[in-house]
Design a protein. Structure first.
Length: 206
């Protein structure tokens, strides 16, 4: 609580994210024909490390849950550190991805639940298949499994997928095509830095 208000960006990034999220969820809930308005409810935030991408995703999940509270009585935020997951369970990563998404599917079966899936460092699970000629086949199975599971989740109107990446150029094109919204989150500009320092000094004075 309060994270959304504390995040300072120079552009209208926060407003754009919140407007897209609430509109997409309302379209899904209303059963708008996806052949007329195509969306997968997948957002990708990319940019250099240390620019607050995961924090922005967590804050967005909280703010969206409040906005949609009249429709969904409870909300869930599931965070996945893709890099750690893939490194630790490399030989079994494909099976682990399936078990992980099985848990997500169990949550979205509840029509009264709003589910947000946050995948940090998504490039670890969706590495470009065109650049993996000499890589073990397990990495290809992981990408295929993730894409298949995301397609399955898109059929449910109550789930939102947020992904972050420091290396968007390494992400498979099929995942990028599925992302409805791709936003670059860069270092703060002069005005944003001033506002950040001003808010810090205001806290110190208190």
């Amino acid at each position: 609580d309060g994270v959304w208000e504390s995040l300072i960006f120079e552009t209208r990034v926060k407003r754009h994210l919140l407007d897209y999220t609430t509109t997409a969820m309302q379209f899904s809930d209303a059963g708008v024909d996806r052949r007329l308005v195509t969306w997968n409810r997948i957002i990708l935030l990319h940019g250099p490390p240390g620019t607050g991408k995961p924090s922005l995703c967590r804050a967005l999940a909280h703010k969206a849950a409040i906005r949609l509270s009249d429709r969904y009585s409870n909300s869930h935020l599931l965070e996945i550190n893709a890099h750690s997951l893939f490194s630790k369970w490399f030989s079994e990563s494909g099976k682990l991805v399936l078990r992980l998404f099985q848990h997500v599917h169990e949550l979205v079966e509840d029509d009264d639940a709003f589910v947000v899936l946050l995948i940090d460092e998504v490039e670890s699970l969706t590495a470009s298949r065109s650049a993996s000629g000499s890589e073990p086949s397990d990495s290809l199975r992981v990408v295929n499994a993730v894409l298949t599971q995301l397609d399955g989740l898109s059929q449910h109107p109550n789930v939102l997928v947020l992904a972050t990446s420091n290396l968007s150029g390494a992400i498979d094109g099929a995942f990028l095509d599925r992302a409805d919204l791709k936003l670059f989150i860069g270092p703060p500009g002069l005005r944003a830095r001033f506002e950040i320092l001003r808010s810090c000094f205001a806290e110190l004075v208190r």
